[in-house]
Design a protein around this ligand. Structure first.
Ligand code: HEC
Ligand code: HEC
Length: 219
């Protein structure tokens, strides 16, 4: 029964990864038009103004936070950013700081700020641990077959740019932040993605550190 459940999870992850790849194959223009055509256009000037007034203090004026516990947001997919802001506001992703921030934003504010952030260029980062980074690379590209851990590249793309709209960009992200998120998924603290809970469930602390270090330097 346990094996069957594992196979089921592995199979569903594989399907997700395959459909992710077929999404990736679409040209950029098609991906951009995945935003509902009926929705109002984001107001980038308004988004920039609210980002500068409130968010820049922690996430830096260009969205490339210099503080390791505050994630870099620049060039992140707007749909992913909006999902996170909505889930902070609803308490589905628990974080006291971002609950306070997101609570002040309307749906329109979230959209404006998210599209503005995604228009900023992400600053690359660097990996710091020569030995760990090789372990990270191996798991990122190939997964861990005997524990049914899927390759991260299948959903986050080989260069870590992510795949709009669901799969976030990881490349260049602060390792400290990525360690915190993977640990939070694994320990059930971040409960807003069943896929990532299943992926992280089978990773140990050393593997998490290795993956986070590899991702930080990925470009
Ligand atoms: C006081 C510092 C602070 C301020 C101000 C702040 N944030 Fe954050 N933000 C954080 C921290 C810390 C996290 C990581 C939360 C966690 O660990 O789950 C975060 C996470 C996020 C995330 C999730 C990113 C991801 O990769 O999943 C988004 C989106 C975000 N912030 C947007 C904003 C926006 C938009 C504003 C302004 C309205 C803002 N933040 C203001 C500290 C801040
Ligand atoms: C089956 C698809 C899938 C696979 C495989 C996958 N991820 Fe994810 N990952 C996601 C999705 C979807 C999210 C966004 C969750 C959300 O919406 O909150 C995510 C989010 C993340 C985040 C949080 C990003 C942020 O800015 O907060 C990290 C870190 C991450 N994944 C790392 C990894 C690593 C490392 C691996 C490989 C061990 C991996 N993922 C494999 C789908 C996947």
């Amino acid at each position: 029964m346990k094996l069957f459940t594992h196979l089921l999870i592995a199979a569903s992850l594989a399907v997700a990864a395959i459909s992710a790849f077929s999404q990736e194959a679409k040209p950029a223009a098609a991906a951009a038009s995945a935003v509902p055509a009926s929705a109002d256009k984001p107001d980038l000037a308004k988004g920039e103004a609210s980002f500068m007034a409130v968010c820049a203090a922690c996430h830096a004026p260009d969205g490339n936070s210099l503080i390791p516990v505050n994630p870099k947001l620049a060039q992140q997919h707007p749909q992913y950013l909006i999902k996170q802001l909505q889930e902070f506001k609803a308490g589905k992703r628990a974080n006291p700081v971002m609950l306070g921030m997101a609570s002040t934003l309307s749906d329109a504010d979230m959209k404006n700020v998210a599209f503005w952030i995604s228009s900023k260029k992400a600053a690359p980062g660097v990996a710091k641990d020569k030995e760990l980074v090789l372990l990270g690379e191996r798991i990122y590209r190939g997964g861990i077959a005997d524990r049914q851990v899927p390759a991260c590249a299948g959903c986050h793309s080989p260069n870590g740019a992510g795949i709009p709209a669901q799969y976030p960009r990881l490349s260049g992200q602060h390792a400290e932040y990525a360690v915190a998120q993977l640990t939070a998924f694994r320990d059930g603290v971040r409960g807003n993605s069943l896929q990532m809970t299943q992926v992280a469930a089978k990773l140990n602390d050393r593997e998490i550190r290795a993956l986070a270090d590899y991702v930080a330097g990925l470009r």
